[in-house]
Design a protein around this ligand. Structure first.
Ligand code: HEM
Length: 299
């Protein structure tokens, strides 16, 4: 019996596979989990292929308006499958692994990025998302501009003289108490890149805040997210804690607050966030503003 000739569509798919383009590069029902992963999809001009995203996908506004599959660190297979995706793009923070494994077992392709908090990780994530979307050229162009912007900010930060400010990052997550960021966190990496020092770097990951730890850390600056301030009901609530109020940061009322995704997303807006953070840490230093980019101005 003669083999059935390939349809044009199937032949194209086979040809694309042959030249190394993933078969899912044309996925049209994509769910993105992880705020920075979603930002990359929009920055590469593929936002219209998203049918859903997670709770942390709050930028650009179009992402925030997508159907929500839940919090990126607490996903469920039911939530992910409910949108019948043909591809899931998952940031390194996406989990738990069981939810992702169940989703994959149900036949949905998942491209999972590896967690990492260095500029090189961001470039790699952009390239990987670009490849998954069939947008390699756009990803290369985005990376080139982002690298230029990073070089400018890091050069300005490198010129700053004097003692590095001790910066403690405090996070209100859910209904529990405040958490402190140790090493191996996005917040820690941002503090260091912006020319600060994390006095809680001996702990790994997030740990519950304790008054003793705050006293020992003696931070010059308290770094928080706008979402934490909102949950607490105002910045002054932080300083209602006597241990925090007694630190150098508390006495000088030095609180730096930024949107959580902008500050710790490690996405396409990394250079701009780093510039703003460095300016917040070093008010007297000359840290030139960066030109606006399409992915920093997206509506
Ligand atoms: C717009 C919504 C949210 C955004 C943008 C967001 C963003 C973030 C960011 C930036 C971090 C720090 C990551 C790092 O430094 O490595 C974080 C950590 C965390 N968030 Fe969220 N978050 C959101 C909502 C929530 C909600 C609703 C919960 C709880 C139900 C939550 C629980 C946590 C926990 C427990 C951590 C610490 C993670 C760890 O131990 O590694 N977040 N989140």
């Amino acid at each position: 019996m003669m083999a059935k000739p390939l349809s044009i569509k199937a032949a194209c798919a086979a040809a694309l596979l042959f030249v190394g383009v993933p078969a899912y590069a044309h996925a049209e029902r994509i769910v993105s989990v992880g705020g920075s992963t979603t930002e990359i999809v929009y920055a590469l001009g593929a936002g219209e292929r998203l049918v859903g995203a997670d709770t942390t996908s709050i930028y650009p506004a179009a992402a925030d308006a997508l159907p929500d599959v839940g919090y990126v660190r607490q996903l469920s297979a039911e939530g992910l499958l409910s949108l019948s995706p043909d591809l899931i793009l998952a940031g390194g923070e996406a989990g738990p692994d069981t939810a992702l494994a169940q989703t994959e077992a149900a036949g949905v392709r998942i491209v999972k990025l590896e967690e990492g908090f260095a500029p090189e990780d961001v470039y790699a994530h952009i390239a990987e998302v670009g490849a998954a979307l069939g947008r390699d050229a756009e990803a290369a162009a985005l990376n080139e501009t982002l690298k230029q912007d990073m070089d400018r900010v890091l050069a300005d930060v490198a010129k700053i003289e004097g003692r590095k400010p001790r910066v403690m990052f405090l996070l209100q997550a859910g209904r529990g108490g405040l958490l402190v960021a140790g090493s191996d966190t996005a917040a820690h990496a941002m503090i260091e890149l912006a020319g600060g020092e994390n006095p809680a770097s001996t702990i790994k990951g997030y740990k519950p805040f304790s008054p003793e730890a705050a006293t020992e850390a003696a931070p010059d600056i308290l770094l928080v997210t706008d979402q934490t301030i909102e949950m607490l009901g105002g910045g002054e609530k932080l300083l209602a804690d006597p241990a925090l109020a007694a630190t150098p940061a508390g006495k000088a009322k030095r609180i730096v607050s930024m949107d959580a995704l902008y500050l710790a997303g490690f996405g396409p807006r990394l250079a701009h966030a780093l510039r703003d953070l460095a300016a917040g840490f070093h008010p007297g230093a000359e840290i030139a503003p960066l030109p606006a980019r399409p992915w920093t101005e997206a509506q």
